[in-house]
Ligand binder design. Structure first.
Ligand SMILES: NC(=O)C1=CN([C@@H]2O[C@H](COP(=O)(O)OP(=O)(O)OC[C@H]3O[C@@H](n4cnc5c(N)ncnc54)[C@H](OP(=O)(O)O)[C@@H]3O)[C@@H](O)[C@H]2O)C=CC1
Ligand SMILES: CC(=O)C(=O)O
Ligand SMILES: [Mg+2]
Length: 752
């Protein structure tokens, strides 16, 4: 990271990192009357009568004040309120991006603790919570304690408790990885300020013995009887000891926790620590010692820093957004010890779970697993919000400080929705699949991604996975991945007891297409054919395949063996494009290259059915370069004919065309220029005149239009078969399997 890049990042475009965004339309006289005078008086009077209504009519419940006086900004020291503003804007940005909380960053121009206290107290009507930031010790303790006693909204000093919570999670996991015992470990702190004191107290709650903690500040070890630079908070850690320097303290110590400044310890000191030392060098922006300096003297060390450019980022960014989310959603009156402990445990546990590839890919990593290099989740892991916020909210309810009851199942859905519609939709699918899980067969059963997806599907009760492949290979890969195959069925096409039966079925299906019984016997050893027969014969409910293969390699055997559902007449590949505010289905994007009018009508009919599966009432636009006969060309007429056919087939469908893409999305164009159109509002199903158009359009929208694509979803097969994109990641495989399960749930299986 270069200095110029950081400066350019902050200066680029609109200076700074956050802005205020209106959440209600204000485009005409009526809006103005509602938003401002006279309409605004109504919520004012409601709140006057019932102050709690502020949470209903204003942004208070989602608003956090990040307050500093700039006296301990990162490890830069007392650089003042104004110079601290970039950090506070940064916290605001993180609150928003990671937890959808809005922030006012408030830099208070006074070093006097009572000024900060008064300032915060006066903010109580404005915000739902206060995050104190970068205020030096011991002032920060007095400020926070006073505010907690006098205010009814959560007040949380991030450098104290955020750091304690996150490093507590990392501590539990580092202890587990190193095989140490929390009751006997010797811990040395560099720093005895806001972060260090609170972290040490949290470690004691987690099981570290107070007498095993040695705390050092600028003057060295804090010992019993020391007079210089002491305060009551440091005094709680004053040890009866002869040690005077941090070098003395580190000799034989198990754990070093740096919450002070860059360069506070040296390699020489670290070299003298006990076996498998745990080094948390957490000063920002430059740690007490850099990881390569530790490695130079200790190859058995477990290392974490506060930065994002080394493994194990122990930084309060993993805490404050999610902790405040949970606290505010539960309308907690404070953030108490139970809530902090719940956050620590939730983060520690999350690190032990499989990391989605979409997350590790953000860090340029593959196969990330719990261990010395991965003790704690990544800040960009969306599961952090989904895990920590509910844990905190629930702890608030359980400890009696919540004013709002949290229904955990629906709460997780609400959090998913905050992360974006695509995730919300996929989670909705998983929930539906879990109601009646089905057997899903995976032809690429030896692939590590498929095995990992199978584990998730089985663990989450979404499907009963059947992996096709050589059993020894599947077992060996599963073992490498640390995955148990107890709930996963593995079938080897080459040696399966069902081989004969399946070959007979295949032969009967294809004997008039030139396939001999011997050839059928050979073909059945191929996983895609084997899997397709399993589905056709009812030994599996759905097939999900095609990982690393070209599309036709999977779809052809499936089509030959399973065939097309007569009601659809043809198979097509649809995508669901999820935008921030709406969802649009695209067809056909993957199968039919030059569809006829009949086929276009079929594709539209299938797409309408798929939209209904997702709980969306279809409004179909049949697209072209022409608007309702404006261009006389066979390509446009083909689309218009498809519309007529579709109307005959299902008069209740909301469909029209041929029309241009902008017409499809503009109710104004539709209603003014084409008032005869059956489509009156923006379409949510787009049918393209050919595969080129459909395929190009969906790819452009994912690349340039910010859409998330879910698919391809294959419709029109006799039984559920779904083809993965070649490079699909584990989460995409899980998603597609959930779609396959729902597809299977919706069909009544005809007897074969
Ligand atoms: N990774 C993370 O998530 C977080 C990291 N931090 C980091 O922790 C550090 C401290 O922050 P915070 O507690 O808020 O600040 P404070 O000002 O409250 O405390 C700073 C402490 O560091 C001590 N110190 C300063 N220089 C030295 C030195 N050369 N050797 C030993 N101790 C020294 C001070 O000693 P004295 O008491 O003698 O003045 C003081 O105890 C910063 O670097 C900050 O970036 C903080 C929060 C979160
Ligand atoms: C991360 C943080 O809050 C700090 O270093 O102060
Ligand atoms: Mg800070």
């Amino acid at each position: 990271m270069k200095r110029e890049d950081a400066l350019e990042y902050h200066a680029r475009g609109r200076p700074g990192k956050i802005a205020v965004v209106p959440t209600k339309p204000l485009t005409n006289q009526r809006d103005l009357a509602l938003a401002y005078s006279p309409g605004v008086a109504e919520p004012c009077l409601e709140i006057k009568a019932n102050p709690d209504d502020a949470y209903k009519y204003t942004a208070k419940g989602n608003l956090v004040a990040v307050v500093t006086n700039g006296t301990a900004v990162l490890g830069l020291g007392n650089i003042g309120a104004l110079a601290g503003k970039p950090v506070m804007e940064g916290k605001g940005n993180l609150f928003k991006q990671f937890a959808d909380l809005d922030v006012f960053d408030l830099e208070v121009g006074s070093e006097h603790p009572d000024d900060v206290i008064k300032f915060c107290q006066l903010l109580e009507p404005t915000v739902g919570g206060i995050n104190l930031e970068d205020i030096k010790a011991p002032d920060c303790f007095y400020i926070e304690e006073t505010l907690r006693k006098t205010m009814k909204i959560p007040v949380f000093h991030d450098d104290q408790h955020g750091t304690a919570i996150i490093s507590g999670a990392a501590l539990l996991n580092a202890i587990e990885v190193s095989g140490k015992d929390i009751a006997t470990v010797k811990v040395v702190f560099s720093g005895a300020g806001a972060a260090a004191i609170s972290t040490a107290e949290h470690y004691v709650r987690l099981g570290v013995k107070r007498e095993h903690i040695t705390m050092c500040d600028r003057k060295g070890v804090i010992y019993e009887g020391r007079k210089e630079d002491m305060d009551p908070y440091k005094a709680r850690f004053a040890r009866k000891t002869d040690m005077r320097s941090i070098a003395d303290a580190l000799d034989g110590a198990d754990i070093f926790v740096g919450l002070s400044v860059a360069g506070a310890v040296t390699g020489e000191m670290i070299a003298k620590m006990a076996k498998a030392p745990i080094i948390f060098a957490l000063a920002n922006p430059v740690p007490e010692i850099l990881p390569h300096e530790v490695r130079a003297v200790r190859d058995d060390a477990i290392i974490a820093t506060g930065r994002s450019d080394y493994p194990n980022q122990v930084n309060n960014v993993l805490g404050f957004p999610f902790i405040f989310r949970g606290a505010l959603d539960a309308r907690a009156t404070e953030i108490n010890e139970e809530m902090k402990m719940a956050a620590t445990r939730a983060l520690a546990q999350l690190a032990k779970e499989d990391v989605p590839e979409s997350v590790s890919a953000l860090y340029g990593l593959t196969n990330v697993k719990f261990g010395p290099e991965y003790l704690i989740p990544f800040p960009f892991d969306p599961r952090a919000l989904l895990t920590v916020a509910p844990a905190v909210a629930w702890a608030a309810v359980a400890s009696g400080v919540a004013r709002e009851f949290i229904e955990l199942e629906t709460y997780r859905d609400q959090l998913e929705a905050r992360l974006g519609r695509a995730r919300g939709i996929m989670r909705g699918l998983a929930t539906r699949a879990q109601r009646e899980p089905k057997r899903v067969v995976f032809p690429e059963g030896e692939d590590p991604k498929i095995i990992r997806a199978a584990q998730i599907l089985a663990d989450d009760g979404i499907a009963t996975p059947i992996l096709l492949g050589r059993k020894d290979r599947v077992r060996a890969t599963a073992e490498d991945l640390g995955i148990s195959l107890d709930m996963i069925h593995v079938e080897e096409p080459g040696t399966s007891a069902n081989r004969e039966r399946y070959a007979q079925y295949l032969w009967q299906k294809r004997q008039r297409k030139g396939l001999s019984l011997v050839e059928a016997g050979q073909r059945i050893t191929r996983a895609t054919s084997f899997g397709s027969v399993m589905v056709a014969m009812g030994d599996a409910d759905a097939l999900v395949g095609g990982l690393g293969k070209h599309y036709p390699e999977t779809i052809r055997p499936a089509l030959e063996i399973i065939g097309t559902d007569r009601r659809h007449g043809l198979v097509s590949g649809l995508y669901m494009l999820v935008f921030e505010k709406h969802v649009v289905f695209f067809g056909d994007t993957t199968v039919n290259i030059e569809p006829t009018s009949e086929q276009l009508a079929q594709i539209a009919w299938s797409a309408a059915g798929l939209a209904r599966t997702f709980g969306i009432s279809p409004r179909i636009a049949m697209l072209s370069f022409s608007n309702f006969g404006s261009v006389k060309h066979p390509e446009a007429q083909k689309v218009a004919q498809a519309v007529s056919m579709l109307r005959l087939r299902d008069p209740s469908l909301v469909v029209d065309g041929e029309m241009q893409a902008d017409t499809a999305f503009s109710s104004e164009i539709l209603n003014t220029r084409f008032p005869f159109s059956a489509l009156k509002e923006a379409a949510n199903v787009l049918i393209f005149p050919d595969l080129s158009a459909g395929n190009i359009a969906y790819k452009l929208l994912t690349q340039l239009g910010g859409a998330t694509a879910i698919g391809p979803i294959l419709v029109g097969m006799q039984h559920p078969v779904h083809v993965l994109e070649q490079g699909a990641d584990v989460q995409e495989i899980v998603n597609m399997a959930a779609v396959a399960v729902i597809d299977a749930q919706q069909r009544s299986r005809p007897t074969t």
